[in-house]
Design a protein. Structure first.
Length: 336
């Protein structure tokens, strides 16, 4: 069955003690709704509904699944359920809080705490559209990603991998603290069992091992995606996709463009995280976190910013000009 758009559950529907308010997000794997529980608390409900396997028509509640797709659908359903149960055991301020999960309409639903804010992707794109220079400050990157890695360490401690880490899946609360969302482990399990759902990675944010059906996955896999997300904060676009890098790696030219805008220490951390060879990357989140905590003296940061301004004036760039060779593809276009 080719991928199609599935109709969301109708607004106002009562399901397992929750009232659906509206659909707030959807993708090839699931639909997310804003809902209220019986006490009037807002929650986000994620519905397992892979569009390549199931079709739900408007007005229907139970999706249509062909007999040939049913075994694969059930494997994914089980993985989704197990992932929700594993996440429910994790209580950490930087990991999405799963408060319940239930079966209904012949599929599975994961109930999460709802919080106001926006994704890191939205934050980057808004700043880029305003022409902010630098796009995101070094101070923000160091502080925010240190908190992201606190959450990721807890995830890895619980023997889980994220496997779909990118700015769209890092949610910023109103106070700026991040939450890891939308884990991809169930999708990756499906991917190994069925070529129908391949690929399930996001180009630019996925390391080379996610392109391989039998790739060696581990903490280093998520670490690549952390580096890619930090790079996206600096440039406004993802890194060059890993499969292209194995043929013609052009990342060094992008790192050079960051010189004078960000500290050499931060650029080196990103270069290390984005190593194509998994063994050349940090092998644990702790190792990467330790490297990221290398502080740059305030006077050095000032020198960097001053050099950047002089460079742009010297070569005749205005504040809103792009540097030569800047990639114009947006994060959104590479995260569909």
């Amino acid at each position: 069955m080719a991928a199609q758009n599935n109709a969301p559950l109708p607004d106002g529907l009562d399901i397992a003690g929750y009232r659906i308010v509206k659909k707030i997000a959807s993708g090839g794997f699931s639909i997310v709704y804003l809902a209220y529980d019986e006490d009037g608390n807002a929650v986000a409900i994620k519905e397992y509904l892979p569009s390549s396997l199931a079709l739900r028509q408007p007005g229907e509640l139970v999706p249509l699944i062909s007999p040939e797709n049913l075994p694969i659908f059930r494997i994914g359903l089980k993985c989704f359920f197990e992932e929700g149960r594993a996440l429910a055991r994790i209580t950490h301020p930087n990991v999405v809080s799963v408060v319940n999960f239930f079966r209904a309409n012949e599929t599975v639903y994961m109930v999460m705490a709802y919080e106001s804010g926006r994704s890191l992707q939205d934050h980057i794109l808004r700043r880029r559209d305003k022409g902010e220079k630098p796009l995101v400050s070094e101070r923000f990157i160091r502080k925010m990603f240190s908190q992201v890695m606190n959450g990721l360490r807890e995830v890895h401690t619980n023997k889980l991998l994220h496997l779909d880490l990118k700015p769209a899946n890092i949610y910023l609360r109103v106070d700026g603290t991040p939450i890891l969302l939308d884990f991809g482990a169930a999708r990756q399990t499906l991917r190994t069992d069925s070529p129908k759902l391949y690929p399930m990675y996001t180009p630019g944010f996925a390391p080379a091992e996610l392109y391989s059906k039998n790739g060696n996955l581990g903490p280093w896999t998520d670490i690549y995606s952390i580096g890619a997300s930090m790079f996206a904060c600096m440039v406004g676009t993802p890194p060059q996709p890993a499969d292209q890098r194995k043929v013609n790696d052009r990342m060094e030219s992008h790192y050079r463009k960051l010189e004078g805008v960000y500290s050499p220490e931060l650029i080196e951390v990103i270069r290390w995280s984005l190593s194509v060879d998994p063994l050349a990357r940090p092998q644990s989140v702790f190792a990467l976190q330790k490297a990221l905590k290398t502080k740059v003296p305030e006077k050095e940061v000032g020198k960097v910013e001053k050099f950047s301004r002089k460079f742009r004036v010297l070569f005749g760039f205005k504040d809103n000009d792009r540097m030569p060779g800047d990639v114009t593809t947006t994060i959104h276009e590479n995260s569909r």
